[in-house]
Design a binder for this molecule. Structure first.
Ligand code: HQG
Length: 181
């Protein structure tokens, strides 16, 4: 139990440094967002998250959303999506399912109806494959509202879609005309 609590905290801290603020621990990410695992473990230990290699492996494997990926050679780690810093994840454009879903909260609806869905601090707008996942995403901020996105029509109109290594659908912007309640 204790260990799980600290793994959750370590996971949050890893999200922070691998997606948003590597400089907080003096970490260097390459252009594709990868960090050297040995270097990372040393640096996060200095910030109170004493993990060994096996803990990290466990954290990556057990993570509820599979947020992190380890490179094939086992030497590097990166976040699979959610970055605010510019990284090139090397994702290939893909044809999306006909409909995707976005979970939000009532206070954003007015802005969304005029501006569409914007990426905010992140690199992409995040869309879910099913309504339940979208509900959970929205519920992080309040009573969730689920918006349906006509991804099929967006794609036919030339908008690009990507799917992260952990199955989140990504696009640059969803104009209001493709959003249904
Ligand atoms: C809203 C979690 C005003 C949008 C989740 C959202 C996801 C607007 C918020 C991932 C807007 C941005 C991403 C507009 C969108 N005006 N508000 N025009 N367009 N918004 O956290 O999608 O746990 O950056 O509805 O599972 O909530 O981090 O995006 O409420 O996959 O791995 O602006 O984060 O994954 O919030 O969540 P976020 P999100 P992790």
């Amino acid at each position: 139990m204790e260990k799980d609590v600290s793994l959750t905290q370590a996971s949050r801290f890893l999200s922070l440094v691998l997606r948003h603020e590597p400089q907080r621990i003096g970490l260097q990410l390459d252009t594709q967002g990868w960090a050297d695992i040995a270097d990372l473990l040393q640096r996060i230990a200095l910030h109170g998250h004493a993990l060994d290699r096996a803990d990290l492996q466990r954290l990556v494997q057990s993570n509820d959303k599979q947020r992190f990926a380890i490179s094939e050679d086992g030497l590097r780690i990166r976040a699979s999506q959610g970055h605010s810093i510019a990284v090139d994840l090397g994702l290939q454009p893909l044809e999306p399912p006909a409909w995707l879903y976005h979970g939000t909260v009532p206070r954003f609806l007015e802005a969304i109806s005029t501006q569409g869905l914007r990426p905010g601090e992140r690199q992409h707008v995040h869309l879910s494959l099913d309504r339940q996942t979208a509900r959970e995403v929205g519920a992080r901020r309040g009573a969730p509202v689920i918006l349906s996105v006509d991804a099929g029509r967006m794609h036919a109109d030339g908008h690009r879609f990507y799917r992260s290594a952990n199955g989140v659908w990504l696009t640059d912007h969803v104009p209001p005309k493709y959003i249904a309640g």
